[in-house]
Design a protein around this ligand. Structure first.
Ligand code: ZN
Length: 146
């Protein structure tokens, strides 16, 4: 099997590898926040998010972890996507992104997904969809509880 990077089409490969090599919002928070963790045993991906949700707004979200280029870049893109959004909006964007990543593009506005749209190629590789969805599923579940 080809590795994740080799499976990506050229068009968006640069955006994905940039997030992988220079992840945005990587680290941990000084104050205690809501924690979201996700693991993908198939690929060995492991991501952990910490976020501050106050007055129904995702004030701050950071992540740390290790894994393939898809999972790490997806986590990085997700933190950029949700920063400063209301919880309701964050959940909507996560649902929209999840559909997009699974190849269901009906009613999805690519423009509002930001760099997440660069992951469009993963829909062709079911094994990679899990990697891309991992961060989204983890954060969605954590927001549901808050
Ligand atoms: Zn992976």
């Amino acid at each position: 099997m080809l590795n994740a990077e080799d499976q990506l089409d050229g068009l968006y490969r640069g955006v994905i590898m940039d997030h992988y090599r220079s992840p945005r919002n990587r680290g941990s928070l000084e104050e205690e926040g809501t924690v979201a963790e996700g693991k993908n045993p198939l690929c060995g991906d492991s991501v952990r998010f910490e976020m501050i949700v106050r007055d129904d707004v995702v004030e701050k979200i950071v992540f740390d972890g290790y894994g393939c280029a898809i999972s790490i870049s997806s986590a990085s893109m997700l933190t950029e996507l949700l920063q400063g959004k209301t919880v309701k909006e964050a959940k909507r964007l996560i649902a929209s992104s999840a559909n997009f990543l699974k190849g269901d593009r009906d009613g999805v506005d690519e423009d509002e997904l930001g760099d997440v749209a660069a992951l469009e190629g993963v829909a062709k590789f079911p094994v990679r969809i899990k990697c891309a969805l991992l961060p989204f599923v983890a954060v969605r579940d954590a927001l549901g509880e808050s």
